[in-house]
Design a protein. Sequence first.
Length: 319
Amino acid sequence: MSIKHKDYAYLNKRYPKDIIGVENQFWLMLRVLFELPRTRYVLDSYICLPALLQFICNKSRNIDYVFLQHGMTCFKDVFDKYNGECFNKIVISNDSEAELFLRYGKCRPEQFIKSCMVRFDRLCNSQRNDSIKEIFVFFTFRYSFAKQNTPIENYDFYKNIMLLLDLLQKVAEVKNITISVGLHYLIKQELLVQIANKNWNRIKLTESTEISQKIKTADMLITDYSSISFDFMFQNKPVLFYYPDFDDNSLMDFDKKLQNYALKQQKEFFEVYFDLKELSHRINAALDCSEKTDYDSWFYRKDNCCEFLWNSLKSGMSS
């Protein structure tokens, strides 16, 4: 584990005999190579290992190289690097995800561990309010912002996000609710300045370190194709999908490709909104509705995902 990781000090203090700290990628590679002869499982959520170690772990007969997933892949076109040729085992959360890995990820059914992402375990005891008291707004990053020299204010993303927040401020005043906004760290400063200049007393910015807690406490999510939508669904909290910049031709082709892929998958199962007026009607309908959202069919398990994964690995089970 990197000694620069924010949780290293805490984990090293709690598990001093089990946590090995390294300074950089080079020392990580050397340490893992040293430990490989006595390694049985490698659990990787974001392809943290260098390519050489990935290859060794994948080809070893004595190691199960398991892809835990950083976030569910249903809306992400990531199968060029997250696939059955890179990993021995892949944790999946539902049949739709399994179908995508089979179709695009060069996987075999026996490679699947049909559990759920282990991060869902921390959501099992979260309580849902009888009515919506807090809406969380979180949109994914656009690579165009980092690769192009265009000011963020010129993108439809910025323009429509600001219009959305203005709308939510008015809704929050009427409904007496709170709007929390999570910002990707790469665009945080640009939007922080603009939001700070607005007279939005119902809108609160959420720090990156607080997002995991906000997933548990907020009652509804508005997003485009962020994988945290599944964290909300796991808790049976309503999720509204809104694309603020689908027709923005100034975006790079890479961003457009990501959007088109995500939209294709989303439209099979959910309503997706492109127009702010339509989204506004849906927000008000969700706030006025007392019916509980039911996403249970999207998940193989609703508890003890981590324990199930461990038992599956020990027994050699795939489902």
